[in-house]
Design a protein around this ligand. Structure first.
Ligand code: ATP
Ligand code: MG
Length: 395
């Protein structure tokens, strides 16, 4: 009896007009994920089937677990849609399972099937009770739920539901650029953005020699972890040293962070134009530090017209940490390497900055040529999941 992986789409089924685009994108993403495996994919607007080789099952299920746009999936027996065969196969497969209480649930997508769902469930249940000793029905909390899904050609019988990542398939939205630091928050923000279907490219600001190559490696590792949920992620590295030193030399210490972040946003705005990003994504969380009060956000945000999406803006640190652990970025994020934001930390960063003061601080030095020079020196690495190469190999 053939087993297939049966995939349910979830949230994208609410997008009626766009359904086929969403499904096509999901198929493309799954094909990409499974390109090294011997699989065949079939789909319609309601479900997707992956035909696989039994010996590759574990790896394939693991891969499916990292694809956005999947609500749930099952390893299902695929049998012809005939009443006699369904009865025979439900009994045969149930005999292989260990349970004492059960419930049968029937979904009849093929309304021409001669028996109604309402009648088929008790019929199959009765068959099991008659042929397997020591079992009983429990409709409320059964040990196993035996699900039987009837389509015109095939019927799918399955005993277990796995939860998918949900969200939309990556590629169903326009691209955005993620400000990826080595911290806990920004990888989580990137994950959440991808979950809405947004393909991301990451941008890392570094200030060598004030920040180390280890700090860069850490960001590369985080990028790999994020790439696990999509295909490849480009990582643009911004050599920020000169600009940062100029800020340090010219700007009132209280305003250094605010001005530095305005410079970062200006560079992000420019990179979005170059790489066709529709939005900036970052890991800012309201109130977490001085530069993340609403007043700070307002004056920093003032340098760009692009939407700045802050997926973790309203989460507690503990909630962000829980997510970071779930997506496997936490252990990397807490490695103790310095970030360019933490190198020049003033004692009293301003909590309520004003735009006027920002402008007067920025008037103290000729920053546009420095911005230009910095942007010209940006270089890009292509990061894929489980890529063991070092950054030199990726250039
Ligand atoms: P944590 O608070 O856990 O250190 P964080 O690095 O995200 O996380 P901040 O340093 O306050 O926190 O920065 C806020 C956001 O700004 C980050 O989430 C990130 O999106 C962006 N950011 C900060 N530093 C950099 C950097 N060096 N390169 C790219 N983006 C950065
Ligand atoms: Mg940080």
């Amino acid at each position: 009896m053939e087993r297939v992986i049966l995939i349910k789409y979830g949230e994208l089924t609410t997008k009626k007009g766009n359904r086929s685009f969403f499904v096509k994108t999901l198929v493309r993403n799954i094909e990409q994920k499974l390109k090294d495996y011997d699989v065949e994919i079939e789909q319609d607007l309601a479900r997707m089937l992956i035909h696989f080789k039994e010996e590759q099952k574990t790896e394939i299920l693991t891969a499916v677990q990292t694809v956005f746009g999947i609500h749930a999936y099952h390893v299902a027996y695929q049998v012809p849609s005939s009443l006699e065969i369904i009865k025979e196969k439900v009994l045969e497969t149930a005999k292989q399972e260990k349970f004492t209480t059960f419930k049968v649930e029937v979904k009849r997508n093929d309304k021409s099937f001669p028996v109604k769902s309402m009648d088929l469930a008790p019929l199959l249940g009765g068959l099991l009770l008659k042929n397997i000793t020591g079992i009983q029905v429990d409709v409320h909390s059964p040990d196993v739920k035996i699900e039987v899904e009837i389509t015109p050609k095939h019927t799918y019988i399955y005993y277990q539901a796995y939860q998918g990542l949900g969200g939309y398939p990556v590629g169903t939205q326009g691209k955005a650029l993620l400000m990826l630091s080595g911290g806990i928050d920004s990888p989580v923000a990137g994950f959440m953005a991808m979950k809405r279907g947004i393909p991301i490219e990451a941008v890392y600001f570094e200030a060598i020699p004030h920040t180390s190559l280890e700090a860069r490696e850490k960001v590369i590792t985080l990028c790999k972890k994020l790439a696990n949920y999509t295909d490849e992620i480009k990582l643009h590295i911004v050599p920020f040293t000169k600009l940062q030193e100029a800020i340090y030399q010219n700007v009132n210490p209280n305003y250094m962070i605010t001005i530095m972040r305005r410079m970062m946003y200006r560079i992000m705005d420019n990179l979005c134009q170059v790489y066709h990003g529709y939005a900036i994504i970052n890991g800012e969380s309201i109130g977490q530090v001085a530069s993340q009060t609403l007043e700070s956000m307002q004056v920093i945000n003032e340098v760009t017209k692009l939407p700045v999406i802050r997926p973790v803006a309203c989460l507690d640190k503990l909630e962000i940490i829980a997510l970071a652990k779930k997506i496997d970025t936490y252990e990397t994020s807490i490695l103790p390497y310095e970030d360019c934001c933490t190198v020049f930390v003033p004692k009293h960063p301003v909590i309520h900055p004003t735009l006027e003061k920002c402008l007067s601080e920025e008037a103290k030095f000729d920053y546009p040529p420095l911005l230009q020079e910095t942007i010209e020196q940006v270089f890009t690495l292509k990061i894929t999941a489980n890529n063991e190469k070092t950054y030199q190999d990726l250039l």
